[in-house]
Design a binder for this molecule. Sequence first.
Ligand SMILES: *Cc1c(COP(=O)(O)O)cnc(C)c1O
Length: 403
Amino acid sequence: MSDMDDLNEWQGRFDRRIMRSIGMPLAKLDHGRGARVWDDAGHEYLDFLAGIAVNSLGHAHPVFVEAVTTQAARLAHVSNYFTTEPALELAERIIRLAGAAEHGRAWFGNSGAEANEAAFKLARLNNSGGARTRVLALVDGFHGRTMGSLALTGKPHMREAFEPLPGGVEHIPATIEALERSLDDAVAALFVEPIQGEAGVVELPDGFLAAARELTHRHGALLIVDEIQTGAGRTGEWFAFQHDGITPDAITVAKGIGGGFPIGGLVTFGRASSLYSKGQHGSTFGGNPLATAVSNAVLGEIERAGLVENAALRGCQIRDRVEGLGNRLVAGTRGRGLLIGIALTEPVATAVAAASMRAGLIVNAANDSTIRMAPPLIIGDAEIDEFADRFGRALDAVAATHH
Ligand SMILES: *Cc1c(COP(=O)(O)O)cnc(C)c1O
């Protein structure tokens, strides 16, 4: 921001004191309830972004509030020198939900990037005595902003200012031919987002995960699926890889598993569970009883209330409604369950997101011509009707000014 006169009170404070790594926020939010949030001027918004696929149960859900307050009053933090019942229970729960029952293990940290750091180190441990020097990830993939997770991220504009990044990572196109060309016995791991969220909700080609599983298995490489945005029921399965009937070697999780409380984790399957040994990784806050108790409560409520099935059903309904608006700016929809991309016919996504805010709806411009939506898993008929009304008005407003 250059012209201070254009800024209101909070924008001025933000502009002066918050690190310039973050752009000017869209609003200063005050409180939320269910799928709605209110800003400090009292405007109400339907929140179809949910803190970027984080607030699985919406805002201020009684189960979330109860878990935070009860556990905070009991025991919040103990360090890795101790364990607690919530940590053990969360490991068991997430291993069961991921279908890793037999040899599964879990490690917990505090964010998605930290989960991918743990996974990157896991890949380095799969080195076959130094023979595996290559790590593969996908062009346009997003895995986080720390140095290791950024090395995995396939977006040059995010990486360039911070090079050199940890070495050995190669970005390949998301095609089965590229997999066949690139996999060999020097590959330690392949990192994949089952749906590329930050890239604009871009799905993998049909059969990609099955081919990735077959080729990594043949060459002794780990298949590591980044479920940070797609996990916790969002796509209509607990984890998106489950749509493809494969078993990965590891998944990383964060965002929706905490429902708004910071937590991330690495879950390993089979032989990958024996790669780490004592003293090789840790995090002071990782697996603390407060975060793990809240995650247990959130995942328990998703299960109890059938929200994985709800995500599948509501996702189809939303896409039908968007396509049914018949607006010339809508080219089509992408994604699965409640991770939805709306492809636009013109590069007006920023204008559509801004018009949506004015109409009382929070969505996100993932890129110039894609709107991304990741509403809370609790939404029902009333929220979808309201969404269609507000989004329709936003599209009409933009269509009227762009010819
Ligand atoms: C958000 C995201 C991350 C990074 O998570 P942070 O908690 O922001 O560090 C990594 N991978 C994917 C696929 C994500 O969507």
